[in-house]
Design a protein around this ligand. Structure first.
Ligand code: ATP
Length: 589
């Protein structure tokens, strides 16, 4: 569907506001056009020394102006209310739509660019819709005004309208490029927001590398590019007013000369030329508004095009029409000949098959880039497999609803994202209805209660943006508490690689141990203790399973895992020896 038609659908939701606004616009236009009429009558009455007539005209003036003022207020409010509601609807729709999109969508689109569509582009629509009062009133004034001009004197009116088509053609030529210029400007503004967003989010990296000056320079350059685009667009848009005024001047001079001649040769009364001039003023300024509306129209359409570009993008993962609710599960997970490629093309997983028994822990290990995170991301169906299938309790996950699948999956990521709000809000993130007791219980199990209760406000402590007031280990324990509260059957654990101090490490490990009990767990394992405790270890290499088995089996096999183990965990050998397991000592000897 054409983007204009899509916008019309949003407008139609408020059709009564627009209809009522148009009726009130009619009242305003009548008031405008009656003003010169009364001014003309007033001058005629003055010339005739008709005092009674002067009083009547003064009264009529008040009678005209009062309803015009009320109608003006009503129309402005109705249209503003409708346009703001449309902008709000569109913003809500984009936001909801973004949540239906998959991870690959967010990898393709910069956060700053998406934010810009929500703010700058919706702003363009708001501006454009704000011109709707002009869309209603200006043509009414032009039509009504010209009709009245013909009633006063058709020759004068003829001269006046002779210029209208020429002016229209010229304005449409000037404004034709506006849409392209505005799209370019919006793209540049989006780049500015993208730099802002990236550097604020990554401010620690910027500071640690002392890159402030470079980032400021980068921002200045993007901002300068957006300024240039804004000026280019402004130069063109600014042409409209002087051109319409130039035409207006020619018309005024022609009317002055001919009108003056008609009055002085007594062919029309003195007041009529005043009325004609007044109406000509209203009609000309309305025509000017129509000229500017063309600019606004192209700018609004540029915003609309960019917004529908996002809204029209279908999520590449959605419930199939016959998707069923997964219901309660035991937590059996199977990868059956799974292959996978990201949109960039290269095959990242090749024919992966393994099974996770309910309540058991599977550790995925392998060198960097082997595909460990990718395997983990396929379980909640963040990405769609390219071949084979992932099964949960023997259901192909493509045949069940996403909601019922993800309800059973808890994820503890490497880096915990905390949202603005209190500690309680963050722990209860997946279950806002949890009671305070449940939140505390989860926090206790996650070894978080101790540090939370040390804050003056306890669970009501507001966390600074991105959890700046909590340490890495504390944030991890909040994430664990979150997962405990969700109580999922399947757990995905992306162990943090950054090392914590010994106490913090122990507290996190204890919390994780408690969390894993009775749940099917897939761990992207970096900790030795996790690997050793896992019921099954999957060793990935270059997207394939190169080995699988228990720790003992793999060490005895002395294959890829043993080699990986020696290179990756060499530093921790002593720890392993301390745990004194016979086979490890064997490998040391
Ligand atoms: P690490 O231990 O370093 O986190 P990993 O074993 O978890 O690595 P993955 O993150 O699964 O490896 O990545 C596997 C391969 O897929 C890598 O070659 C990586 O470059 C590529 N890859 C990962 N994420 C994406 C993505 N979103 N788009 C395109 N390619 C990706």
């Amino acid at each position: 569907m054409d983007n204009r038609k899509k916008l019309v659908q949003y407008i139609l939701a408020y059709k009564w506001q627009f209809i009522l606004g148009s009726i009130l616009g009619g009242v305003v236009t009548c008031g405008d056009l009656l003003t010169p009429f009364l001014a003309g009558k007033f001058l005629n009455a003055v010339k005739l020394d008709n005092w009674n007539m002067i009083k009547m005209i003064a009264l009529a003036f008040v009678i005209v102006q009062l309803p015009k003022g009320v109608a003006n207020y009503g129309q402005s409010y109705l249209i503003a209310s409708a346009t703001n509601r449309i902008a709000t609807d569109i913003r809500n729709r984009i936001y909801a739509h973004l949540h239906s999109m998959t991870l690959s969508f967010f990898e393709r689109n910069k956060v700053g660019h998406l934010m810009s569509r929500m703010t700058n582009d919706v702003g363009l629509i708001q501006n454009g819709s704000g011109a709707i009062t002009d869309v209603i009133n200006a043509p009414l004034t032009v039509i009504g005004g010209i009709a009245r001009m013909f009633m006063i004197n058709w020759v004068l009116a003829g001269i006046f309208i002779l210029f209208v088509p020429g002016m229209g053609v010229l304005i449409s030529r000037i404004t034709r490029k506006m849409r392209k210029l505005t799209i370019n400007l919006q793209l540049k503004l989006a780049d500015v927001i993208a730099v802002l967003e990236e550097t604020i989010v990554g401010i620690r990296v910027v500071k640690s590398f002392g890159m402030e000056k470079n980032e400021i320079q980068r921002f200045f350059e993007q901002n300068l590019a957006s300024l240039k685009a804004a000026l280019k667009s402004a130069r063109r848009s600014a042409l409209v007013t002087p051109i319409t005024e130039f035409f207006g001047t020619i018309v005024v001079v022609a009317i002055m000369l001919l009108g003056g001649y008609l009055v002085t040769s007594h062919q029309i009364p003195y007041g009529s030329i005043v009325e004609f001039g007044g109406i000509a003023f209203y009609v000309a300024s309305s025509a000017k508004k129509i000229g500017r509306l063309n600019v606004t129209y192209h700018q609004t359409m540029a915003g609309i095009d960019r917004i529908f570009e996002v809204l029209d993008e279908e999520p590449d993962i959605a419930d199939s029409p016959d998707a069923v609710d997964l219901g309660e599960i035991t937590g059996h997970v199977a990868f059956k000949n799974v292959s996978f490629s990201y949109q960039t093309g290269e095959q990242v997983l090749k024919n992966i098959s393994f099974t996770m028994e309910p309540g058991k822990a599977v550790a995925v290990v392998g060198p960097s880039g082997a595909g460990k995170s990718t395997v983990a991301n396929l379980v909640p169906r963040f990405y769609e497999v390219s071949g084979g299938a992932v099964l949960v309790d023997d259901h192909d996950i493509r045949c069940v609803t996403l909601e019922s699948l993800r309800k059973h999956i808890g994820i503890v990521p490497q880096e915990t994202i905390l949202f603005s709000g209190t500690i309680r809000d963050n722990i209860a993130y997946g279950r806002p209805d949890a009671t305070d007791e449940e939140v505390e219980q989860a926090a206790r199990a996650a070894n978080a209660h101790m540090f939370v209760s040390q804050f003056e406000d306890g669970y009501k402590t507001v966390i600074g943006e991105r959890g700046a007031r909590l340490s890495g280990g504390e944030r991890q324990r909040i994430a664990i508490a979150r997962a405990i509260l969700k109580d999922p059957r399947i757990l995905i654990l992306d162990e943090a690689t950054s090392s914590l101090d010994a106490t913090s490490e122990r507290l996190v490990q204890e919390a994780l141990d408690k969390l894993m009990v009775g749940r099917t767990t897939l761990v992207i394992a970096h900790r030795l203790s996790t690997i050793k405790q896992a019921d099954l270890i999957i060793v990935l290499g270059d997207g394939r399973i190169v080995e699988q088995g228990s720790f003992d089996e793999l060490m005895q096999h002395e294959g890829a895992f043993a080699r990986l183990y020696h290179t990756q965990f060499d530093l921790k050998k002593e720890e392993v020896v301390a745990s004194s397991e016979g086979h490890l000592e064997k490998t040391q000897n």
